[in-house]
Design a protein around this ligand. Structure first.
Ligand code: MTE
Ligand code: MO
Length: 315
């Protein structure tokens, strides 16, 4: 018989070579990192495109290949392993309908439907580095607008000094909640001036499309000069408050995770050095480590926010 069944056809015959090579590289690194079952989860990604103009502050560095950014994630609500979010979130998390409550010390508290929130200001694409506290980093073309655009519109009162972010905690959608790794829901916080800094991005997409579920659909924060855990995913509430919020990681291990968590190569994590990092997608575990930069390379933009502060004490 000369008619071949689909299973006899080598994927290299039907897939463009670039895609095929990238997939092979992904599978190689997936194997090196101990990942399994990732390829199928990656293929199930939503592809809804977002129109965005190039925005300010983009790095010239080459973005991390999409497949790495969507398959090696931290999203503990879906499990503690890096491959758990890509395995569970695409099917289990439902990013519509969705609402975000914006309240606290503001004159115009209100709840925004996600589709209305996305239209509040012009969407921009900004290519930012993201540095995880676990010493890996990525370069991601995010899509969103400055969080300040939202905060301005709700009119903070004179008592507003901090912003608290609360993310979804729904055991029906999030299998990781049954493991009590953190005290759910996941809570993060910023000082008001940090939240108002134009770099702080209210983020709806990446790589020109809506956020994949495992990366925090339908809306997350991205704070590029701070360790990744400050960039809370799948937000349901943004509350302006007078007192410094207690963020989840600080609550669980205050000697390891501070409130500020500015990327700082000179302040080690108690269990490992923060001086260098491994860039996702650069040949798995065998790539050369790169030096980590003060404020993740954004010192020119943000160092003045911390003038006179002892950054070893306020880590
Ligand atoms: N709700 C929620 N947000 C979260 C996390 C989480 O576990 N839950 N992990 C954080 C950590 S530790 C990092 S490094 C970044 C990772 O974002 P990415 O997977 O999209 O790269 O998300 C952050 N936001
Ligand atoms: Mo992280």
């Amino acid at each position: 018989m000369l008619i071949r069944r689909p299973t006899d056809i080598a994927p290299s015959e039907i897939t463009p070579p670039v895609v095929w090579q990238q997939r092979r590289a992904l599978l190689r690194s997936a194997a090196a990192l101990g990942l399994t079952g990732v390829a199928s989860a990656v293929k199930a990604q939503p592809e809804r495109k977002l129109d965005a103009k190039p925005g300010p502050y983009s790095t010239m560095e080459r973005p991390t290949p999409l497949n790495f950014a969507t398959s090696y994630c931290n999203f503990y609500e879906f499990g503690a392993d890096k491959e758990d979010p890509a395995r569970y979130a695409p099917k289990m998390l439902h990013p519509r309908p969705w609402a975000v409550q914006v309240d606290g010390e503001v004159r115009k508290a209100r709840t925004f439907d996600i589709d209305e929130l996305m239209k509040l200001a012009a969407l921009e694409e900004r290519i930012y580095r993201l540095r995880c506290v676990e010493a890996w980093s990525a370069v991601i073309p995010w899509v969103g607008f400055s969080l300040s655009e939202l905060i301005k519109r709700v009119e903070p009162t004179g008592n507003a000094k901090f912003v608290e972010f609360t993310t979804l905690a729904d055991p029906k959608q999030m299998p990781g909640l049954s493991a009590h790794i953190l005290d759910w829901p996941y809570v993060e916080g910023l000082r008001l001036d940090e939240a108002m800094h134009p770099l702080t991005l209210l983020t709806f997409g990446m790589y020109g499309a809506v956020l994949p579920n495992q990366n925090g659909a339908p809306v997350r924060i991205v704070v590029p000069w701070k360790y990744g855990f400050k960039s809370a995913k799948s937000l349901v509430r943004i509350r302006l408050v007078e007192k410094q919020p207690l963020n989840s990681w600080q609550k669980s291990a205050p000697n390891e995770y501070g409130f500020y968590s500015n990327v700082n190569p000179n302040v080690d994590h108690p269990r490992w050095s923060q001086a260098t990092e491994r860039r996702l997608g650069e040949d798995g575990l065998f790539a050369k480590r790169r030096p980590t930069l003060m404020f993740n390379g954004y010192a020119d933009q943000v160092a003045s926010l911390y003038a006179g502060m002892d950054l070893k004490r306020y880590f």
